[in-house]
Design a protein around this ligand. Structure first.
Ligand SMILES: C[S@@+](CC[C@H](N)C(=O)[O-])C[C@H]1O[C@@H](n2cnc3c(N)ncnc32)[C@H](O)[C@@H]1O
Length: 235
C-alpha cells in the first residue's frame, strides 16, 4: 500500500517537474523563496560540515545552502523523482556549483548514506509527501550525527478562523484552477488534500520525538500557512 502510494507520488512529481519552479513562485507570489531562506538560515552551517537536502526537488534549498555557506564541505541534494533531479542537476551546473552539490537518487525511507554522515539536514515541503513518514524521519535521524540539526519546512493550516476561510478558498478552489493552465491540475488537487491529512504541530512534534528528535522550535510563518519545525538528533 505504502509502496504504491510512493510510486504514485513519484510519478506525479516526475509529471510536474518541468513547471514546478514556475508554479511554486507564481502560486505563492514568490514568498516560497523567503520560507526556504529562513530554514537555511536556521541551519547555521559551520566550516567543513556536510548537509543533506532531502526531497530536494529542483534543488532550491541545496542551492541556497551552497550560496549562503561557502564554508560547507559538501551538500547532498536527494530526491526519488528522476524528473525533479534532472532539473536540479541543470540548475546546479548553471550556477557553477557542481563541485559542491551532489544530486543523489534516493528514497527518504532508505537513505543510501552511513550512520552519522551529516551535520545538518533540511526537508522542505517534502515530509508531507513521504509515504512512510515515521520510517523517513528515522532514516533522517540515522544519517545525522548526534546533536545534528533537522529543519522541516512544511505547509500547515492557519489557526486564525478568517485567515483559514480565505486560505481554504484559495487552496481548494483557486489554486487547482490556476495551476491547471500551466501544469497537471490533479497534482494541485492533491496538494490541499495532503495538507489537510498532515498532522498538526503537536502530532508532528510527537512523531519527531518518536523518531529520536528533540523539537527546539515550531515557528509559524505567513499567518501559519507554513511552519518551520527545528529539531536536533537526540543521543
Ligand atoms: C513539493 S516538492 C519539494 C521540493 C523542494 N524541497 C522545494 O522546496 O521546492 C516534494 C519533493 O519530495 C520528493 N519526495 C516525495 N516523497 C519522497 C520520498 N519518499 N523520498 C524522496 N523524495 C521524495 C518529490 O519527488 C518532490 O521532489
Amino acid at each position: 500500500m505504502e509502496k504504491n502510494k510512493g510510486h504514485d507520488i513519484r510519478e506525479m512529481f516526475d509529471g510536474i517537474a518541468g513547471r514546478y519552479d514556475l508554479l511554486n513562485h507564481l502560486l505563492s507570489l514568490g514568498i516560497d523563496r523567503r520560507w526556504r531562506r529562513k530554514a537555511v538560515l536556521c541551519l547555521n552551517v559551520k566550516a567543513s560540515q556536510r548537509i543533506l537536502d532531502m526531497a530536494s526537488g529542483t534543488g532550491d534549498v541545496a542551492l541556497e545552502i551552497a550560496r549562503r555557506y561557502p564554508q560547507a564541505d559538501l551538500i547532498v541534494a536527494a530526491d526519488f523523482s528522476a524528473g525533479m533531479l534532472q532539473r536540479a542537476n541543470a540548475k546546479i551546473r548553471r550556477a557553477g556549483l557542481g563541485q559542491r552539490i551532489f544530486p543523489v537518487a534516493a528514497r527518504c525511507e532508505a537513505i543510501p548514506h552511513g550512520d552519522g554522515t551529516f551535520d545538518g539536514a533540511v526537508i522542505a515541503f517534502g515530509i508531507r509527501n513521504v509515504a512512510d513518514r515515521s520510517r523517513g524521519l528515522q532514516e533522517l535521524r540515522r544519517v545525522l550525527r548526534p546533536g545534528g540539526k533537522l529543519l522541516v519546512l512544511e505547509l500547515s493550516t492557519p489557526a486564525n478562523p478568517p485567515v483559514r476561510v480565505l486560505y481554504h478558498f484559495y487552496f481548494r478552489k483557486l489554486l487547482p484552477w490556476l495551476a491547471g493552465f500551466f501544469s497537471r491540475r490533479e497534482a494541485y488537487r492533491y496538494l490541499p488534500r495532503s495538507v489537510a491529512d498532515f498532522p498538526d504541530c503537536d502530532q508532528f512534534r510527537h512523531l519527531m520525538e518518536e523518531a529520536g528528535f528533540e523539537i527546539v522550535a515550531q515557528t509559524p510563518m505567513t499567518f501559519g500557512i507554513v511552519t518551520l519545525h527545528a529539531a536536533v538528533r537526540k543521543g
